[in-house]
Design a protein around this ligand. Sequence first.
Ligand SMILES: C[S@@+](CC[C@H](N)C(=O)[O-])C[C@H]1O[C@@H](n2cnc3c(N)ncnc32)[C@H](O)[C@@H]1O
Length: 245
Amino acid sequence: MDDASTLIDVKEYPDTEVQKNRVLTLEEWREKWVDGKIGFHQEQGHQLLKKHLDTFLKGENVLRVFFPLCGKAVEMKWFADRGHCVVGVEISELGIREFFTEQNLSYSEEPIMEIPGAKVFKSSSGNISLYCCNLFDLPRVNIGKFDRIWDRGALVAVNPGDRKCYTDIMLSLTRKGFRYLLAVLSYDPTKHPGPPFYVPDAEIKNLFGSTCNIHCLEKVDVFEERHKSWGIDYIVEKLYLLTEK
Ligand SMILES: C[S@@+](CC[C@H](N)C(=O)[O-])C[C@H]1O[C@@H](n2cnc3c(N)ncnc32)[C@H](O)[C@@H]1O
């Protein structure tokens, strides 16, 4: 693993087992949306993505960009506005509808035949498609391959026991020459049960190391007032660039 030089000294917590068996159900995620407990949503978009956008896009046009566990991430609009084609997957229909409404985008919806009860929402412009289904059902649908993956609030939100399966799906969706930006968080997992879950460096290496080059682009102190209620006093966000080996 290749590390960016940084002034932040990021602790790696040895007690990685503590969150191992934690499970959040899809119903619990949907309830968070209904109750407005979506502190993860960033209205202004993600600052590190903004900063590293050129590294991510590498000057290429008309890319297919995948947003796993997309919520109503405003960054989806950034890519669509630049002419890229965005595909997301999100279990909350409410979250998806809020995305289109808040971004002033008209859309249509249709059932996903392969997954009973699931739907896909498409912007009228045609370049944003959001699949409302469980990410783990996605292999049943042909959504094609992607040039870019923006993984923020996704690997860290997946139940720890499902990480390997999640990573296998992500890597199966990549196209030759892909770039995968992964944002994870480092905090003391004995103090907060998650999500977001703590994903240590060793886990990233374990999950992606055999197929990807892993380069840490940045480490930033992201501690905010709201984190005090989690019982933690330290949280650092790390941004990794994964590329094909
Ligand atoms: C922490 S939020 C992050 C949302 C978004 N990536 C962002 O940065 O704002 C995780 C999202 O994943 C959704 N989610 C959780 N598990 C899922 C699953 N198995 N399939 C699809 N969506 C899921 C939740 O409803 C929630 O909106």
